[in-house]
Ligand binder design. Sequence first.
Ligand SMILES: [Zn+2]
Length: 194
Amino acid sequence: MLTKLKYGNTNTYLIRGTGGNLLVDTDWAGTLPAFCRAIKAQNLQICDISWVLSTHYHPDHMGITADLTDLGVPLILFDVQLPYIHFSDSIYAKEKNRFYKPVDESRAKILRCGESRTFLASLGIAGEVIHTPGHSEDSISVILDDGNAVVGDLPPYSALAAEEDETVRNSYKEILSRGVTRLHYGHMVSERVK
Ligand SMILES: [Zn+2]
């Protein structure tokens, strides 16, 4: 089951499986207390989050990831994301954000997207993770077999007809070929696929 968790400016998502809970994206560094309140409202604690991953490593999608790993939540990185996981370090340094901690990749589980279905099945989640570049080179989408997809900051499907970026079009081709019926974004309201 997919639940939107909003405790700042970014839509983040919790996917509850029969064997664990996956957190997709986190908000800006410094939002850990607000995150804790948001999951408490879902009757969850930090220890109930089985894994965390980010759709991409822009600062508004990964800001408290290292806080969570320090609190014992394991991190999944996809191999396509590895060159970009420190993208936000200089942005947070520039704003002198005292809360930000860089991701420690040595403590992460690194997967290829092709391994994601088996991994998600271990949490009792039917679905997969696919590489969907377009907004950024490291963007991935979490596609659930029930038709829901978390696509992060991919430009909106509703504007696809006017989209000139071939990379975005190809990413949507991959997403839609998997029977997706509802798209969930990082900053916009969810859209139904027509
Ligand atoms: Zn972004």
